[in-house]
Design a protein around this ligand. Structure first.
Ligand SMILES: Cc1cc2nc3c(=O)[nH]c(=O)nc-3n(C[C@H](O)[C@H](O)[C@H](O)COP(=O)(O)OP(=O)(O)OC[C@H]3O[C@@H](n4cnc5c(N)ncnc54)[C@H](O)[C@@H]3O)c2cc1C
Length: 495
């Protein structure tokens, strides 16, 4: 049942982004509106912050922006922690520029705080948080909504067109694309809310971290203090800063877009892709800002259209789909026919099965697959065209379909900066049959379509590129005997 929104949110032009997440009242006695950022780590073009400002202005209360980082989320590592903290630092700087108080927290032995969101919510008139349809952000938001004594509102910050604004129950990508295309231009424009109340400077239930003035060395040092996986280093390819986002947007318009339609599928061409997905997953940039850059670019229409289709039709389709699923991370999301055909072939001989450690480190008997996997292992990102071969091959390299799915989630989510996303599970679903069945009934795959590495290998310079890519030295990681199965795929963490 849809709960009513307060007038100030219900009359907002962005209202379809917002839903009441519990039935508690907005408390007029609160000290602030708490804006809890989990993944949308940007201070501008952020509907979560703007909804909080709107509510705060109506109540005559300031907004308190909070971002916390725990040690115990699945796959916590230097790679993920450092990227998130880089984003958090820019949130603090951006909030200061907008006249908003921002407090932060990193969970570590020297500074242990329990239940901070709840404790901050005790003083709040209302909590505004993110409406994320997958993984930790979703589980945590649901817990807070259930436990908080004040109103909790969830706001979609990930999409240009909020999924709730679209007709519900759309079943195919083409039907979704048609509807999305009709609406998207209405959502390109963004009118920022201005705070009318001075930044919150009152009491807090803890001594906050404040990363706005932290140097890179400060952030490295705090990451080193955390009890997380230190064997997986930060990615040199993805510096987590606003400056880097701006650099990439400039590169997108100058180098990537002009060639995108032709070069997108060639992993050996660095200008073939924007490499923006980690920044979007952690919200260092919102899709609207990217669309604005694309629309202003002097690039061929087919390239622009192709890029916009990936960014808006495909990405937002997966967000839309995940919103309609209880557990978008689960193998059960795949179509019934695909599970049936894969299960029917589960006992087929699998000569290509590899140990999990060989998969993690890209040390299998398949050179192409190793070249793909080393991008995840070393860069924390993989080129789209390689991901397609990677996921299809995993089906034959693992003992059965469910282990294959769990392994794909594990490798993607542990190593890739853009993992743990609705696009992760949507695209893995594609690999496991969330598309039309193939024509042939093959061993292991049944009627799920397969993919060879021919198009990668047969490009000019392909064999040499693959040889080099598969030989890149990567970190040595501790690897469990088997990938985690459902505890994390359906897990619920404490906050
Ligand atoms: C097996 C598999 C796993 C994947 N896992 C992820 C994942 O964990 N996280 C993730 O964000 N994407 C994932 N993708 C989608 C896609 O590969 C990446 O979004 C893309 O490679 C990111 O690189 P880029 O930013 O250079 O993309 P570009 O080609 O520059 O595209 C621009 C943006 O469009 C969006 N986009 C492009 N292709 C897709 C797509 N197929 N689906 C959804 N959005 C798309 C992304 O947000 C991307 O940043 C996966 C694809 C496959 C086949």
């Amino acid at each position: 049942m849809d709960l009513p929104l307060p007038d100030t949110l219900a009359t907002w032009r962005e209202a379809p982004r917002v839903r009441a997440f519990n039935d508690r009242p907005v408390r007029a006695s609160g000290d602030y509106v708490l804006c809890w950022l989990q993944q949308a780590l940007r201070a501008r073009d952020n509907p979560v912050i703007d909804a909080a400002i709107r509510l705060g202005n109506a109540l005559g209360l300031p907004v308190l922006v909070y971002h916390g980082l725990r040690e115990d989320y699945p796959f916590a590592s230097d790679r993920l922690h450092r990227f998130i903290l880089g984003g958090s630092r820019d949130v603090a700087l951006g909030c200061a520029r907008r006249g908003l108080a921002c407090v932060q927290y990193v969970d570590r032995a020297a500074k242990r705080e329990k239940g901070l969101v709840y404790r901050l919510a005790v003083q709040a008139a209302a909590v505004v948080l993110e409406d994320q349809p997958a993984f930790v952000a979703q589980w945590q938001a649901e817990r807070v909504a259930a436990k908080a004594q004040c109103a909790v509102f969830a706001v979609n910050a990930a999409c240009v067109v909020p999924p709730a604004a679209l007709e519900q129950g759309v079943k195919t990508t083409s039907a979704f694309r048609r509807r999305h295309e009709r609406m998207r231009e209405d959502w390109y424009v963004w009118v920022e809310e201005e705070p009318t109340v001075a930044p919150y400077a009152g009491l807090l239930p803890y001594e906050p971290d404040r990363w706005g003035k932290a140097t890179d060395a400060d952030l490295d040092a705090v990451v080193a203090e955390c009890a997380i996986d230190h064997a997986l280093p930060p990615s040199a390819m993805f510096p987590p800063t606003r400056d880097e986002v701006l650099r990439r947007l400039a590169r997108l318009t100058a180098e990537v877009l002009p060639a995108y339609a032709a070069a997108r599928n060639d992993a050996s061409r660095s200008e073939g892709a924007s490499a923006l997905s980690p920044y979007m997953h952690f919200g260092l940039v919102g899709p609207r800002e990217i669309v604005a850059a694309v629309n202003a670019a002097d690039a061929p229409a087919d390239s622009r259209a192709k890029f916009i289709d990936e960014l808006l039709s495909w990405r937002e389709w997966f967000h839309y789909r995940a919103r309609g699923m209880r557990v978008p991370e689960s193998f059960e999301r795949t179509p019934e026919w695909a599970r049936r055909t894969l299960d029917a072939h589960a006992a087929d001989p699998r000569p290509d099965v590899e140990p999990l450690a060989a998969l993690v480190h890209g040390e299998t008997r398949d050179e192409t697959w190793n070249a793909c996997q080393r991008q995840y292992l070393i860069d924390g990102w993989m080129h789209n065209n390689l991901r397609m071969y990677w996921v299809k091959a995993l089906i034959r390299m693992t003992p059965d379909p469910r282990t294959g799915w769990a392994t794909a989630c594990y490798l993607n989510d542990r190593l890739s900066l853009d993992g743990r996303d609705p696009s992760t599970y949507g695209n893995l679903g594609w690999g496991f049959g969330e598309a039309a069945p193939g024509y042939r009934n093959l061993p292991i795959y049944g009627t799920v379509a397969t993919r060879t590495d021919r198009s990668i290998r047969e490009r000019p310079g392909g064999p040499e590129w693959l040889r080099n890519a598969a030989a890149r030295p990567g970190p040595r990681l501790r690897v469990p005997e088997a990938p985690p199965a459902d505890p994390y795929l359906t897990g619920r963490l404490p906050i």
